[in-house]
Write a protein that binds this ligand. Structure first.
Ligand SMILES: Nc1nc2c(ncn2[C@@H]2O[C@H](COP(=O)(O)OP(=O)(O)OP(=O)(O)O)[C@@H](O)[C@H]2O)c(=O)[nH]1
Ligand SMILES: [Mg+2]
Length: 397
């Protein structure tokens, strides 16, 4: 569960920041009895037994009524809820406040698992009536907890409940080569090893592809584009499918004869995370782009030089050239919230998202689509611009 993100939500003073501290066993978040102490979503990396290192987002109270600023804080807490693999909703005093209604509705819509925690048990323990009501609504009683009086056993019980929710709610992507590889079939992967390739290893989509091919009893072969022509010349007859990195799509397509199916890692990834159809819809928006249109670039990892170059330089240049018009590009990095009204954009372009969990990626795309914006991914757009989209999508539909 490498990049798992857990959001902590609730009213002001519920004990959200105290819970972050209690879970981590450290004073990582500021706690005070002044309501509204946490004003912005704050991310902390903490280690949870049995879950590992994860990111916890401590949020501002959902009942903040401090005028414009308060509304902005609540909006930010709700935006944070769009980025999580799981939510923890901190309750107290046998109350399920209106803000918790809003939040559970949002999490349910996104199919994000959540856990209710009844905090401040030392002050006011949860009563049977409230426990039963919550159980009826959500299928389980809230977890009883006291940040002030929690023992190691209490903390372990809470961590264990979190782990169960995370595991039960885990989004399992479709295996990359599901339905594409017959036992014994040879799949040729084109993996450029250039200055952008990481030192001494392959990138995640390539590793995932090899694993998935092996899972289906196929034979995974990897070449760089320089060796591709010779490999096809010698062994072409036994190659069932070629999968290429999108960056060398055009060159690879020119080498691989039409008789051998060809696709890309990014299309396989989109299919695996269930976004292929959404992106196919999005591709249709490319031809509608006009001078001055804004394009939103969604880059889920903020530290990968390779992706950054594709998103900031290559795609903007190629897309403008393809459309013959001047476009404006705006970049949102990492899992930063997408601010404001999305109707100002004509298209969104999402990176492969290999550094975030499938749920985080899916929820981000769901948010964009819900706003009425068309979205494609980097690789499919590159294939389209290179004129080989139809050929590359064919093996997958
Ligand atoms: N008695 C008792 N007090 C608690 C418990 N948990 C938190 N508190 C106290 O409640 C106050 C608010 O706690 P915080 O953790 O700052 O609450 P918060 O939800 O982060 O509040 P905001 O950041 O203002 O939204 C502090 O004085 C805490 O010490 C608990 O289990 N029992
Ligand atoms: Mg706080």
């Amino acid at each position: 569960m490498g990049n798992t993100v857990i959001g902590i939500f609730g009213n002001r003073n519920a004990g959200k920041s105290s819970l972050v501290n209690s879970l981590s066993g450290q004073e990582v978040a500021i706690v005070s009895d002044v309501p509204g102490t946490t004003t912005d979503p704050v991310r902390k990396r903490i280690e949870l037994p049995g879950i590992g290192i994860c990111t916890v987002i401590d949020t501002a109270g959902l009942d903040d009524d401090g005028g414009e600023l308060g509304r902005e804080r609540v909006a930010r807490s709700l935006q944070a809820a769009e980025q999580v693999d799981m939510g923890i909703i901190v309750l107290s005093g046998n109350e399920f406040p209106p803000a918790a209604e809003t939040l559970t509705a949002l999490l349910k819509r996104r199919e994000v698992p959540f856990l209710l925690v009844h905090n401040r048990e030392d002050e006011e323990p949860m009563n049977e009536a409230f426990a039963a009501k919550m159980c009826e609504r959500f299928g389980a009683e809230p977890q009883r907890y006291s940040c002030r009086k929690a023992t190691i056993e209490d903390r372990d019980a809470l961590t264990s409940a979190i782990r169960t929710r995370l595991t039960d709610g885990l989004l399992r992507p479709r295996p990359m080569f599901d339905g594409l590889v017959k036992p014994g079939a040879h799949i040729l992967l084109v993996c450029p090893i250039d200055s952008e390739a990481p030192e001494g290893r392959l990138i995640l989509p390539q590793v995932m592809a090899i694993r998935s091919i092996l899972d289906y009893g196929g034979v995974a072969q990897a070449v760089q584009q320089e060796q591709l022509a010779a490999e096809i010349e010698t062994n072409g007859k036994q190659i069932a499918l070629v999968v290429t990195d999108s960056q060398v799509f055009a060159r690879v397509a020119a080498i691989v004869p039409e008789s051998i199916p060809l696709t890309s890692f990014s299309m396989l990834l989109a299919r695996s995370t269930g976004s292929l159809d959404v992106f196919r819809e999005g591709i249709k928006a490319v031809e509608r782009l006009r001078d001055g249109d804004r394009v939103l670039m969604l880059e889920s990892c903020s530290h990968h030089a390779n992706c950054e170059d594709i998103g900031r330089v290559k795609i903007p240049n190629l897309l403008q050239k393809h459309c013959g018009c001047k476009l404006e590009f705006e970049m949102v990095s990492g899992l930063d919230p997408i601010e404001g009204d999305l109707s100002r954009y004509a298209l969104a372009v999402q990176c492969g998202g290999c550094m975030v969990t499938p749920r985080q990626l899916r929820n981000r795309i769901a948010y964009v689509v819900e706003s009425g914006l068309k979205v494609v991914n980097y690789g499919m757009l590159l294939a389209y611009i290179s004129g080989i989209y139809d050929r590359a999508i064919k093996p997958l539909i």
